[in-house]
Design a protein around this ligand. Structure first.
Ligand SMILES: NC(=O)c1ccc[n+]([C@@H]2O[C@H](COP(=O)([O-])OP(=O)(O)OC[C@H]3O[C@@H](n4cnc5c(N)ncnc54)[C@H](OP(=O)(O)O)[C@@H]3O)[C@@H](O)[C@H]2O)c1
Length: 401
């Protein structure tokens, strides 16, 4: 059986975007998918976007950075692929009517396009967890109202999505998100204080973009995923737990009230959850890497150390606070990760800066209370204010660094 879909890939030049196109290519060759590409988008990587557009011939290729428009137009001249530029054009591309939209932009920059895709009624394959963290309820409501679906692509949420039986949703005791523990899983706190960006991006099991790799090292990634799970599966914070599982084979678990726990397993390869989101509710055959449990040998688990990974508790507090706090958490984290990658602050300063930013904002006239207006506007107002506060906090840390 061959699955026919019109497809847009937002963030096609990134790690998830490239995995998506690779999966679609393999499924196409395997005879299990027929894909019509509607749009591909990137931020500044003109060379890769043009190469992908020449190969896939979408109707439209969009580059978010206006300064790159001329080069993209030149590279695609005569190809028949239309060219556009700017953040608004990315959001317009998201709503061009593709049946399946991969949301794989990194950071809050993905919020407007992901929301536009949800409002268009598309099936949104959601990798861009930051958009859910910043405006989760509004994003899910928009998709439902337009008759669309949001299918998680984060491997942990894909796992829960696959084993959460809809008829037993009210009988779930706990969701358990697994975490590899990142490159500093067994490092002492003193060594983590001196960790470099190179050491922090060197993830032991997954090859990913720089931002999510740093989030994995601080475990803020698992904090963001806790918020993501709360929104996606309507689960309170106190029923979502995190468990370190260094082999990254068990992608997450659902414990039911009768004591039975269901897990989803697979090799650590993002193409598997992407294939699941592409084919849902079907299953698609493609030359997938297979899990060889005998070769893996042992699956181990341990509780995360809150002293070495304080970001987990900071994110949980933001979730419990609710309203604007998750969007502020995300903005502070994006700002702090950028400062760490620029070598302006130390590794342990990332979580400390996020916590301090949230504390300042909480005492600062109700920003974290959010707002009742347009979800995108509210989230972006919180984002801008939280970035300014985080910049002040980081400047003080940088001068002490
Ligand atoms: N990588 C993984 O295995 C993985 C797993 C689970 C979830 N995720 C989530 O998936 C998302 C993407 O992660 P990634 O690792 O693929 O990131 P990445 O490799 O850094 O790629 C990010 C993509 O977004 C584009 N982009 C960046 N800033 C943009 C902007 N301001 N406007 C428009 N486009 C922009 C980039 O374009 P350029 O190439 O031009 O910069 C690139 O195409 C993140 O939210 C991440 O948390 C990733």
């Amino acid at each position: 059986m061959s699955l026919k879909r019109s497809v847009t890939v937002l963030g096609s030049t990134g790690s998830v975007g490239v995995s998506t196109l690779d999966l679609l290519d393999q499924a196409r060759r395997h005879g299990s998918a027929e894909v019509e590409l509607v749009a591909l988008t990137a931020n500044r990587n003109v060379e890769k976007l043009a190469e992908q557009a020449l190969r896939w011939r979408p109707r439209l290729a969009v580059i978010a950075d206006e300064a790159c428009r001329a080069e993209l137009a030149e590279r695609l001249a005569g190809s028949g692929v239309e060219v556009a530029a700017g953040p608004e054009a990315v959001a317009e591309a998201a709503a061009m009517g593709a049946e399946w939209v991969m949301a794989a932009i990194v950071g809050v920059a993905g919020l407007a396009p992901t929301l536009a895709a949800a409002r268009s009624g598309a099936v949104v394959a959601l990798a861009n967890k930051e958009s859910l963290v910043c405006a989760g309820p509004a994003l899910l409501d928009a998709s439902r109202a337009a008759g669309g679906t949001v299918i998680p692509v984060d491997s942990e949420h894909s796992a829960i999505f696959q084993v959460l039986q809809p008829e037993a949703a009210g009988r779930v005791a706990r969701l358990i998100l697994t975490a590899s523990g990142g490159p500093f899983r067994d490092w002492p706190l003193e060594a983590m204080a001196d960790a470099t960006p190179e050491q922090a991006v060197a993830h032991p099991n997954w090859s990913m973009g720089a931002k999510i790799s740093i989030d994995s090292a601080t475990m803020m990634n698992k904090g963001l995923e806790t918020i993501e799970a709360a929104y996606l599966f309507s689960m309170p914070a106190d029923r979502i737990e995190v468990l370190i599982h260094p082999q990254s084979v068990v992608h997450s678990l659902v414990e039911y009230q009768d004591g039975s726990t269901l897990a989803q397993l697979g090799p650590p390869d993002m193409r598997a959850p992407i294939a699941c989101a592409f084919a849902w509710p079907e299953r698609m055959a493609w030359p997938a890497p297979r899990l060889d449990l005998a070769a893996v040998g042992a699956l181990t688990f341990q509780a995360p150390d809150p002293r070495r990974f304080p970001a987990l508790a900071v994110a949980r507090q933001a979730l419990e606070h609710g309203r604007g706090a998750p969007a502020a958490l995300n903005a502070a984290n994006e700002t702090a990760v950028a400062a760490f990658l620029d070598r302006k602050i130390g590794f342990l300063d990332i979580a400390a800066a996020v916590a301090e930013t949230l504390e300042r904002l909480d005492g600062d006239g109700g920003l974290l209370a959010g707002g009742d207006g347009d979800a995108l506007e509210t989230a972006m107002t919180i984002d801008r204010t939280a970035r300014r506060t985080a910049a002040d906090v980081l400047a003080a840390m940088a001068s002490a660094h």
